[in-house]
Design a protein around this ligand. Structure first.
Ligand SMILES: [Zn+2]
Ligand SMILES: [Zn+2]
Length: 471
């Protein structure tokens, strides 16, 4: 089966589909609202409801995993359980009640394998889990299904038509796995008997349901074949428990396969969100934020910059202090050559970026300078922080330009010594200009003799002294 990928992120498997656009989306583009988990996400482009693809693109098809189902049955849980069945077949007295109890424990265990497998759990249910929790009635519900099947066959037999009899027979056999899956997942007799619900399982898998039936049929026959082969050499007392053990093991393998098939087609089956949801659901504020960012990216990639701007504007009205939203908004305005609007937004964005992510502030400042070559923030701390990030990035000239005459522009700024010490380093290390660096240090010493940075000033002065002597 061909795998679909996210239209905008070709490394991500598709999990959603918009039929009207048509576009595939991955989890990358469709964050989910944790507070409204049952809500279907809508298409970022046309707002129609998306169709969940389940694990169809992320999961390996069940027919490629046959060895894994056999390995699944070899885990401690199923092995212990099969051993228990073997022992019971050998030692349990023939009281009807005891055997009914055993069968209901076994049915409960097998069906819990289907359930665990349908959620793609790798570890099989433990032996202990067979004896606890609800589900002991599953056996009796399954018996009702079988009895009704026999009744249907009986009726078909009455028609005196070989064709009708076999038609009913085959139809019942084909519907059985789907009915069992329904019973295991919904645990109600109604679901196991409802043609609609059973049909939904078959419809979800399409013709691949026939592959499942074929494998299940082979597996179903396997224990009897093996037992028949062993029957020659083994005494009955050994053969009986061996057959019981094999029967149990192969049933676990079958259940693991049925469960996995459900997992693979979970989207179409309506069990979809149980697994996929967990890592993609966010609290409402974070959800709205991620959704806006994803939608803006999609709009930009579609060349719909105005819509991207609108999306981000709305999101920023909700969360004006969100750094990432602001950063996206800034980049978009800059790329659109919306100079005035970009500079206006910078008055809000640059201080925020300087506070929490100076590297972003440095990028924004370089952008601003392309719009307006003498752009200068009107806040001393913003200048200092942004200058630091620019100097770190070896954009020395731009960095120093932010610190020039800082003491005149902001006479009340308490961190002039710190800013000028940084500037002195910038001159010396970035530009190899020792003289202006020494002037700055002299300025700090004369104007701010009380600064706690004096020892650092002295250290740098000594280094500059040596550099000057060498040069
Ligand atoms: Zn759409
Ligand atoms: Zn994507």
């Amino acid at each position: 089966m061909e795998k679909s990928l996210c239209h905008y992120h070709p490394a991500q498997p598709a999990t959603w589909l918009c039929r009207s656009c048509p576009r595939h989306y991955g989890d990358c583009c469709t964050p989910l609202n944790e507070d409204a988990a049952e809500e279907t996400p809508t298409c970022p482009l046309c707002a129609s409801r998306l169709e969940f693809l389940g694990a169809a693109n992320t999961a390996q098809p069940f027919w490629e995993r046959i060895p894994k189902f056999f390995a699944y049955g070899l885990q401690t849980g199923p092995m212990a359980f099969s051993a228990l069945i073997a022992l019971a077949s050998l030692f349990m007295p023939s009281y009807l009640v005891l055997w009914l109890l055993l069968f209901s424990i076994a049915t409960k265990y097998f069906y819990s394998v289907i359930e665990a497998s349908s959620e793609a759990q790798k570890v099989a249910p433990s032996l202990a889990s067979a004896f606890t929790g609800p589900g002991f009635s599953l056996f009796f519900k399954q018996m009702v299904v079988f009895v009704l099947c026999f009744a249907a066959l009986w009726l078909a037999h009455d028609f005196d038509s070989e064709a009708i009899y076999w038609l009913v027979n085959i139809a019942l056999m084909l519907a059985m796995p789907a009915s069992i899956i329904r019973l295991a997942l919904d645990k109600t007799l109604g679901a196991a008997l409802s043609p609609e619900e059973v049909g939904q399982v078959i419809k979800a898998m399409g013709w691949r349901y026939l592959i499942l039936c074929a494998f299940l049929f082979i597996l179903w026959q396997s224990p009897s074949w093996v037992t028949m082969m062993l029957a020659e050499g083994l005494p009955q007392v050994v053969l009986f428990p061996v057959a019981a053990f094999l029967f149990s093991y192969f049933t676990v393998v079958m259940c693991a396969m049925m469960g996995y098939a459900v997992f693979q087609y979970q989207g179409a089956l309506g069990y979809a969100l149980a697994e996929e949801d967990s890592h993609n659901g966010y609290p409402v504020a974070e959800y709205l934020r991620r959704r806006a960012i994803a939608e803006a990216e999609i709009r930009i990639k579609e060349g719909q910059s105005q819509q991207a701007l609108e999306t981000l504007t709305v999101a920023l009205e909700r969360a004006p202090e969100d750094l990432k939203l602001n950063e996206r908004f800034h980049q978009l305005l800059f790329n659109l050559n919306a100079g005035d609007r970009c500079l206006r937004h910078l008055a809000h964005y640059l201080p925020m970026a300087a506070r929490s992510n100076p590297a972003m502030a440095a990028t924004a400042l370089l952008n601003a300078r392309k719009i307006q070559p003498d752009y200068l923030p009107d806040d001393a701390l913003v200048c200092e922080r942004t200058a630091g990030a620019l100097l770190d990035r070896h954009r020395t000239k731009e960095g120093l330009s932010l610190l020039r005459n800082l003491h005149q522009r902001f006479p009340d700024y308490p961190h002039i010594p710190r800013a000028y010490l940084r500037a002195a380093r910038g001159f010396a290390e970035g530009l190899g200009q020792i003289e202006p660096a020494q002037k700055l240090l002299a300025f700090i010493r004369s104007r701010y003799p009380q600064t706690p940075l004096l020892s650092e000033v002295d250290t740098l002065a000594a280094i500059l002294e040596r550099m000057a002597a060498k040069g």
